[in-house]
Write a protein that binds this ligand. Sequence first.
Ligand code: DC
Length: 216
Amino acid sequence: MRTASNSIVIAVDGTAASGKGTLAKRLARHFSFAHLDSGSLYRLVALSVLESGGDPAQAAKAIDLSRIGDDAIRSDRAGKKASEVSAIPEVRAALLQFQRDFAAEFDAVIDGRDIGTVICPDATAKLFVDARPQVRANRRWKELQSLGIPREEAQILAELVARDRADRSRPISPMKPALDADLLDTSDLDIDAAFAAALALVSPKVEAALKARPRG
Ligand code: DC
């Protein structure tokens, strides 16, 4: 097992529905790194709270991962609740070590809100991904359409804006770009162009770290 200082981590933080998850997945594939979608951890806690009506601090420990499908995890209801539970200090504390251990164990791309600021402040490369709210709402609307889930675009927009505001203004580990993060606005980029831009920003740092690392 490698130590934290030896593993390479690309932190991909950003706003809701900014495309950071897709970018993180593609970066992981490109470099053959592991990928951790940290938002799904908060979504799982949220679902267990929604299902049990219970205490979020307990739910963080009690969740049964095997029962929960991807549709439920990715739903807007889970996203909204995830934002709420993510402001609870006990929930963040329960998830912190798992994320740090993941980063120490694997060369990884980790996406979320506080990866570059709190989870992996020494990450090899950091991106903060954003797009205009209207653009993000339209992308999400199209995605839901393609899944056969009709939703009002205006309502999606209102929810995204409210979630960003909550994530930005919570006292503990608020969403914000790390001081040394590269900002990537994907408003006017399709996914291929966004990926090319992300790669251009992170590649030099990752290649340098790979080169500097002792082999073996
Ligand atoms: O990235 P996402 O939409 O799956 O995240 C859902 C919520 O989880 C998000 O609104 C805030 C919370 N979250 C967080 O607080 N910290 C993270 N690293 C990732 C997600």
